[in-house]
Design a binder for this molecule. Structure first.
Ligand code: FE
Ligand code: FE
Length: 192
């Protein structure tokens, strides 16, 4: 077997194990999420992850290789950390708990993004274009999940910053500060 093919098969075996471990971890993350959007994101990604396992099986079939899995210790570690995060989150404010959960989830997504980038490159090099396309599809879903998690965390970080500012928030001149914007909005309303 060529070195590249051997490496591809090894990396795919690592991914099969990673993805199947994740199908077990994502329901726990969905359960622990406080914000409904975050819960929904984890539930959606669980369905995608089940598809990733299926897609990897297809890739093994196309390559005529055994879909054996090789223990992925990196994901085992990341999931252990995520479980710790869930435990610690029970003592935290819902907002802080969600942000910590997002951090744990994005570490997983980045691991997957790196892995799928590698296997896609190796498959392309071997001229296994159908495999490369399937792996590209999964890579796209991992990237979208990462973007979605960032989109969820950004406003949560803003909200946490406002909460942290707490009593220091100065609401004395709010009316004065809002006046120009209100006038602008009124003008636009009249114009339209
Ligand atoms: Fe995945
Ligand atoms: Fe993923």
């Amino acid at each position: 077997m060529s070195q590249i093919r051997e490496l591809l098969v090894e990396q795919l075996q690592d991914l099969v194990d990673a993805e199947s471990q994740l199908t077990g971890a994502l329901p726990k993350m969905a359960e622990a999420a406080n914000h409904p959007k975050l819960k929904e994101a984890f539930e959606k990604h669980l369905l995608q992850t089940q598809g990733h396992v299926e897609r990897l099986r297809t890739v093994f079939e196309l390559l005529r290789e055994q879909p054996e899995s090789k223990p992925c210790r990196a994901i085992t570690g990341l999931i252990e950390e995520a479980e710790e995060t869930i435990e610690e989150g029970r003592q935290k404010e819902p907002l802080a708990a969600d942000l910590a959960l997002i951090a744990a989830a994005q570490k997983v997504e980045h691991y997957e993004i790196a892995s799928y980038g590698t296997v896609r490159g190796l498959a392309r090099q071997l001229g296994e274009m159908t495999c490369a396309r399937l792996l590209s599809h999964t890579l796209g879903e991992e990237e979208s999940t990462d973007f979605l998690l960032t989109a969820i965390s950004d406003p949560l970080i803003q909200q946490a910053a406002i909460e942290d500012a707490g009593a220091d928030v100065n609401l004395e001149n709010v009316e004065k500060r809002a006046a120009p914007r209100r006038k602008k909005a009124e003008k636009e309303r009249i114009a339209s």
